[in-house]
Design a protein around this ligand. Structure first.
Ligand code: GLC
Length: 442
């Protein structure tokens, strides 16, 4: 790397005040180079298919993760539409006949066997996990379908995308209330979030305790052959998760638009209704008006998990959220004691007893630091609800985090220092947020 007066060219470039368009170009180039470094390409002898995707981070996550790949496709759609489509083709390559799509595809697992021993993962096959992740596939497909050739791409992938959402609807909402359920903590993507601590019986905030808790859930599942009905019946970990369902509702809405565009008015109506049903159920069952927050529901008895985390704020994304609920969320979001940090939005309210500032020692995730994927959702919600001022603060803050500290997995909300994996791909969402910031400033 080129060095100017002892500093890298990248840090020099980013630290100068720049015209907005130059700033956006610099961010685009930084993301392009990151994605080139993290790109995985090859042939997989186990299935006879070629793969081509951007992995989350070469050091810790070299495989294809579901929601990461969806975020990557959204980012790629800014500068490499073909790359965005290729990313999703690899993700969809192992969509199962019933619709299920694994949360990790271990395309090149032989090269990383040592790393695999550090993961707690339920396998469907040695190459596919047996879990879901937050379902933002429709949004990713919509982004990748923009531009020339988008219609053909949609025609190619839409049947599998639709089947995936039908599977979620049929298999993951056994009580039919419009809210899909997760069956283990990693299905929310928020693996170690403190909102599950009590439910999982976690006392100490240390990785072995989480691994043991995960085993307590996954062990009995293995004993029943990981059959969905049996797993639900065990009632070990059944969570109607606010973040997962907010993303599900948004994607049901986007799926309806995609179906409408493809001429399937009946399917579009059905998914529009499902989107509304999920949003209504979030409001009716998860919103606590006295707290002004949304809470996950746990177990067959649907006990609210009353922990104030970023999940509780995610429904700001829902376009039809009633105004009192919007106001409630804004009060928390802007409170300096909770989420109004210098580098918002922390993943746990800073005044929660279980809030944990990031440290180089801890590998636990979603217990306090700021993550750019949740920032991406919240800032979009703020624009939908007429608060571009607050959206700008988050978008600007997210871009600055990357400009100062590079693409890290998460950041200290107070100092902005980066932690966790380096060269972490979905932090490239800073590009989408910066583009939005400039689009609305114009
Ligand atoms: C961690 C995160 C999960 C993410 C994965 C790869 O397991 O909790 O959300 O998908 O890393 O980045």
């Amino acid at each position: 790397m080129k060095i100017i007066a002892g500093r890298s060219l990248a840090s020099w470039y980013f630290s100068w005040p720049m015209l907005p368009s130059r700033r956006l170009r610099a961010m685009t180039e930084a993301v392009r180079s990151l994605y080139d470094r993290n790109r995985q390409r090859g042939d997989a002898p186990w299935c006879g298919l070629a793969y081509d995707f951007v992995c989350p981070s070469m050091g810790t996550y070299p495989f294809q993760w579901f929601w990461d790949s969806c975020f990557h496709a959204i980012v790629l759609s800014h500068f490499d539409t073909n790359g965005a489509r290729t990313e999703l083709r690899s993700l969809l390559a192992h969509a199962q006949p019933d619709g299920f799509i694994a949360h990790v595809t271990f395309w090149q697992r032989e090269r990383f066997e040592a790393l695999l021993s550090t993961y707690s993962i339920a396998y469907r096959t040695p190459y596919l996990s047996d879990c879901i992740q937050p379902p933002l596939l429709a949004e990713a497909v919509a982004a990748a379908a923009s531009g020339p050739g988008g219609g053909a791409f949609l025609a190619e992938v839409l049947p599998r995308v639709r089947r995936y959402y039908e599977w979620l609807h049929e298999v993951r909402d056994p009580d039919g209330d419009g809210l899909i359920a997760t069956l283990q903590p990693d299905e929310s993507g928020l693996d170690h979030t403190p909102k599950y601590d009590r439910y999982l019986g976690i006392e100490r905030c240390a990785l072995p305790d989480f691994t043991a808790a995960w085993q307590r859930v996954a062990g009995p599942y293995a004993a029943v052959g990981r059959d969905h009905r049996a797993m639900f019946a065990l009632d070990r970990f059944v969570v109607e998760d606010v973040l997962v369902n907010t993303i599900y509702a948004e994607n049901a809405r986007v799926l309806a638009e995609l179906l409408q565009g493809a001429g399937d008015a009946v399917g579009a109506l059905q998914w529009r209704r499902r989107a509304q049903a999920t949003a209504a159920a979030l409001m009716a069952k998860c919103y606590d008006p006295s707290a002004g927050l949304f809470y996950d529901l746990a177990g067959a008895r649907e006990e609210p998990l009353r922990v104030n985390t970023v999940s509780s704020l995610l429904p700001i994304l829902l376009p039809d959220l009633p105004q009192p609920a919007v106001e409630g969320l804004l009060t928390h979001l802007t409170n300096p004691a909770e989420y109004g940090a210098p580098f918002p939005v922390p993943s746990v309210a800073m005044n929660e007893p279980r809030y944990l500032a990031p440290s180089a020692e801890s590998t636990l995730v979603y217990r306090g630091p700021t993550w750019l994927n949740t920032n991406w959702y919240i800032s979009r919600g703020l624009r939908r609800h007429g608060r571009p001022d607050l959206a700008r603060t988050i978008e600007e803050g997210s871009a600055r985090l990357v400009e100062r500290g590079g693409f890290r997995e998460y950041y200290d909300p107070t100092t902005g220092r980066g932690f966790g994996a380096s060269d972490f791909s979905w932090s490239g969402l800073a590009l989408d947020m910066l583009a939005r910031l400039e689009e609305h400033a114009a």
